[in-house]
Design a protein around this ligand. Structure first.
Ligand code: GDP
Length: 197
């Protein structure tokens, strides 16, 4: 699949304000700076599409984009906001969880992790929780161009090892770089395959 049409649709503060669930939906989540906006732009072959969700006031909202007039791409706010108070963080976490568990048209969640870093427990806990709640997800390693092949292999192997402590089987895994466009075809083919089923 190639993305030929991509447009920003709306930002929602609450799952109930999201667009009618009448198209398959793919959500992307990760901590800030993981490369989420860059990845979304790369997938869409656009420079500034996902910029909008990074603008002040939008970072804690659920941002919907309409793709090829047939599916929704959703830019979710990151979990684990250091800047929020504990009670705010809990409220925010509940909002995201509410979206992820109640959104009837959610086909898949892509959890982004920086390929340069060792697994972060909060990311693993988040995936574990998604598994318990029955939310289908895939892991997307970002910024692969920043590593030498051997280092990338070592980091992803470590990550898989940690995942296998929680899971009997590995989730789908994608290696991506917004700089080299690695993973663009694989990720879009994956979405296309799910859309066809
Ligand atoms: P977000 O906060 O998750 O939306 O992250 P951004 O997409 O804004 O990226 C954070 C920083 O990482 C920016 O300086 C990007 O230019 C850089 N970055 C993102 N993706 C890549 C990538 O694939 N390769 C490289 N080399 N840099 C990247």
């Amino acid at each position: 699949m190639r993305i030929t049409e991509a447009s920003f649709l709306t930002s929602s503060a609450n799952p109930k304000d999201c667009p009618a669930p009448n198209k398959p939906e793919y959500a992307f989540i990760g901590r800030s700076n993981v490369g989420k906006s860059s990845l979304l732009n790369m997938l869409c072959n656009r420079r500034k599409l996902a910029k909008i969700s990074g603008t002040p006031g939008k970072t804690r909202l659920i941002n919907h984009f309409l793709i090829n007039n047939s599916w929704y791409m959703v830019d979710l706010p990151g979990y684990g906001y250091a800047k929020l108070s504990k009670s705010e963080r809990e409220k925010f976490k509940k909002m995201i969880e509410g979206y992820l568990t109640e959104r009837t048209n959610l086909s898949n969640l892509f959890v982004l992790v920086d390929s340069r870093h060792a697994p972060i427990q909060a990311d693993l806990d988040f995936m574990q929780n998604m598994g318990v709640k029955g939310v289908p997800f895939a892991v997307v390693f970002t910024k692969t161009d920043k590593l030498k092949p051997a280092q990338l292999e070592e980091n992803t192997a470590k990550y898989k090892e940690r995942l296998l402590e929680d899971w009997e089987e590995l989730p789908p895994i994608f290696l991506t770089s917004s700089t080299t466009r690695q993973g663009q075809d694989e990720l879009l083919s994956y979405i296309e395959k799910i859309n066809k089923n």
